[in-house]
Design a protein around this ligand. Structure first.
Ligand SMILES: [Cu+2]
Length: 247
């Protein structure tokens, strides 16, 4: 077997090995936080797909680097020299690499790019509209009947909610980690966000069930958070009635 072929065998073996390890880590272990909304499933699915597709690319680069380091070292009398002989471009490899990575890039532009984004945004319809006003360093929430809560957000389970979000003073950002959704709160403007919480739960179950300001806004920024409580739809209605009556 000539040396050239051995290099390729080493490269191929390393590529397969590193890809297998990488795919096990990417697909075998679910390291992402719990998903509490339909939108979270869409976002995580896209994330995992992109991760799985990028593993072979990264493994290929790492394998080529390792083979080059180990097999193309130049030694004179057992001592490595600073420069090896020049390596010339292998056009076939370059073309294959460009074609495959370009194809992959175009594929992910379509899905999860366009398709995933459309699914995440969904139809512009809502069962419930909730207004959110951000300011240094608190959140005001207004429900359809005009009832308000400060620094607490209650939502009904399995209903599509639209948030109309604005800010009083400076830029803030409305982020719910458990739902995987985030949008800026901008003074003088209303931004919209749709979310469909799945199942009842609260901040006590999972600290990612909270609204967290995600745009640096001064001293109280990191504490600018409010717990999210998702109630079953009938419990939510009862809660809202109590709130409106000031009970
Ligand atoms: Cu803020």
């Amino acid at each position: 077997v000539d040396r050239r072929r051995t290099d390729w065998i080493w490269f191929g073996a390393l590529w397969v090995l590193l890809t297998a390890i990488g795919e096990f880590l990417a697909l075998g272990l679910d390291l992402l936080p719990a998903r509490w909304a339909h939108e979270a499933d869409v976002v995580d699915e896209a994330y995992i797909l992109l991760l799985a597709l990028s593993v072979p690319i990264f493994a290929g680069v790492a394998a080529a680097l390792l083979v080059s380091l180990l097999r193309f070292r130049v030694q004179v009398d057992g001592v490595p020299t600073e420069d090896g002989p020049p390596v010339h471009t292998n056009r076939r490899v370059v073309r294959l690499w460009l074609a495959s990575t370009l194809t992959l890039a175009l594929m992910v532009t379509v899905n999860p790019g366009f398709i995933g984004l459309a699914e995440l945004r969904g139809e512009p319809s809502a069962d419930l509209v909730v207004e959110v006003q951000a300011q240094r360093w608190s959140w005001k929430v207004t429900y359809p009947d005009g009832a308000e809560t400060w620094n607490q957000l209650y939502l009904p389970a399995d209903q599509r909610v639209r948030f109309d979000i604005t800010a009083l003073d400076i830029l803030h950002s409305f982020w719910i980690p458990a739902f995987r959704v985030k949008i800026d709160a901008v003074p003088g403007r209303t931004t919209h966000l749709y979310v469909t919480p799945e199942g009842a739960g609260s901040f006590d179950d999972d600290f990612n069930l909270r609204v967290q300001c995600a745009e640096i806004c001064g001293l109280g920024h990191s504490n600018m958070a409010m717990p999210v409580t998702v109630l079953e739809a009938d419990e939510f209605d009862a809660w809202l009635t109590d709130l409106a009556e000031g009970a």
